[in-house]
Design a protein around this ligand. Sequence first.
Ligand code: ADP
Length: 681
Amino acid sequence: MVFFRKEDTIAGTNKAAAETDDFTTLKQALDRAALPPAAAKIAAIELERLKKTDPSQPEYAISHGYLTFLADLPWAKATDDNLDLKRAQTVLDTEHFGLGPVKERVLEFLAVQNLRNQRKFDLLVVDDERIARTNLAYLLAKEGYRVEAAANGLEAMELLNKRRFDLVLTDLKMDKMDGNQLLEAAKQLNPDIQVIMITGYATVGSAVEALRKGAAHYLPKPVDIAELRSVVRQLLDRKKQLQINRGPVLCFTGPPGTGKTSIGRGIAEALGRRFVRISLAGLRDEAELRGHRRTYVGAMPGRIMTEIRRVGVNNPVLMLDEIDKIGQDFQGDASSVLLELLDPEQNNRFVDHYLDAPFDLSAAIFITTANVIERIPGPLRDRLERIDFSGYTEMDKLTIAQRYLLPRQLAAAGLNPQTIAFQDAALLKIIREHTREAGLRGLEREIAAVCRKLARLCVMDPAGGATPSVDEPMVANLLGPGKFVHETRRAEGRVGVVPGLVWTEAGGELMFVEAGIMAGGQQLTLTGSMGQVLQESAQTALSYVRGQAAAFGIPADFFARSDIHIHLPSGAIAKDGPSAGLTIAVALISLLTQRPARPDVAMTGELTLSGRIMPIAGLREKIMAAQREGIRKVIVPKANAADLQRLEPELVEGLEVFLADDVAAVVAQALAEPGAPHSSI
Ligand code: ADP
């Protein structure tokens, strides 16, 4: 006989009660979550398993964790959209300076959402019994649909031939043409049409046949009104969602810190939706997106479902950030996962391996961002509509800093934005000497640093530590010497060192191309992480200069006795593209003629072997970089003249632009006379 101590039995009872409680709470949570049938089935099986598992077993915790995750997901939770465009415009305008074309495109996007959302659906009711068809038509019209009725299949086909319907509700048994024949004929006419079959002779066989032929649903007579309403609404909601999401996915493209995330957030705010941002930079494994199967120890859901659970609704604005930066060593096909995610036909059944049941993501709005869209594989890129964020001018940055960044950072540092002001000159000093970027990240960081230092002064010396008006010397004092000095502001040029304008993922940049010569024999060395295209440009430039040596007053046999070395600084950063060809040729001519290059004249252009100057991409970014770096004159291919015309006049203000189609003219603009004062490398 076994004797229990009293404490044991009490503890045992409590434990059992706690388990029951736990189980009931979980079951209730699952009921509340309104799981769709497929997930509900899995949940029921898992609940049964949990019931039979001893809580001390590790399987219990795994099973419990899984069910909690299922219950936590927003299967049926969504926010209502605010489709007021005027309000959307105000939201975008008040929070963002400039970005005119971007805002316009975003508003068009929202307008299309709005119209698609408001579209009324056309329904056709087909029944040979007059009363049945009138009742059905009346009921559906009351639900807000546009409804027409037909007394038989032939009459229905006549209507279907005349105009487009979204949904047909038809009786199965009818004279002349029955429901199944109508279904086939209607589908032939319009494969997208949805058909609900209704019949008084409900048999499993007839239902299966109708569904096999492509009916969307099957309802027995007498029709249960609540069921009918719900089936029709579900089918049409899905159709509406597909329509809303069809069309390209927006891809915000541009350098870091240019407001891509911020505009994405603005769209969510304008629509009254939640915002989720998932960075894909450095993603290495499909499982990071889609989760691990539960058979793995420590399996977890992927990032998408984790974020959906966190945000608590199934229709957020979901920003997939930096889709061009998915890790090089990605296991599996990254773009096919993304294609599936972005395709409205497929993302209503998104399967996370951990979840193991399809989740409907079709109500979410996907927005992607990329620094360089060209890096995205073709099929995925085709799904995207590129919207360019090209960067800000100095004046834009100043305005944004005064209006947005400064008040935010002052408040973050605990200072009162009303009592402390920054002079424009102080901010310009930060912009020019402490940052070198197309966007605003560095600027915001530096402003934050100044604000923190001011806060410290305020606290340490409340009487007079922090001035209410921050000026240039104060910034110099707080931030120390500038990080960036403008080489272009040097008075003298150098031989063989030519400022070129290049385009990188951080936006436009000024880069000094260096050419050197040494005794040797016919060897060309290229350094500075040059890509294939850039290397070929350098070879072409050298061949061009050798071929035209006489015209430039260069000894014809210079290469026979020497080696040439071309270097692009910031050696660790990979560079590629054809647009440095012209700069390399001019650097060589400068070197070989000993004519120093003017430090404030920068150029860009692709050079062919015969000396033609071909157009380049990224003109806007390059012009901005020239402005930022204090360049006085830019040399641009003549073939880019139309692009130049399209730029806002203030972008080129104060900048002399020389349109070039001939290397000799470029040389005349960019190089000083031999013997002009210059400094050595
Ligand atoms: P990205 O996503 O392109 O890297 P962010 O959206 O994170 O850039 O922007 C960086 C910072 O600059 C944010 O604080 C953002 O609010 C601010 N910002 C960017 N563009 C603007 C703008 N046009 N007006 C106001 N603030 C801006």
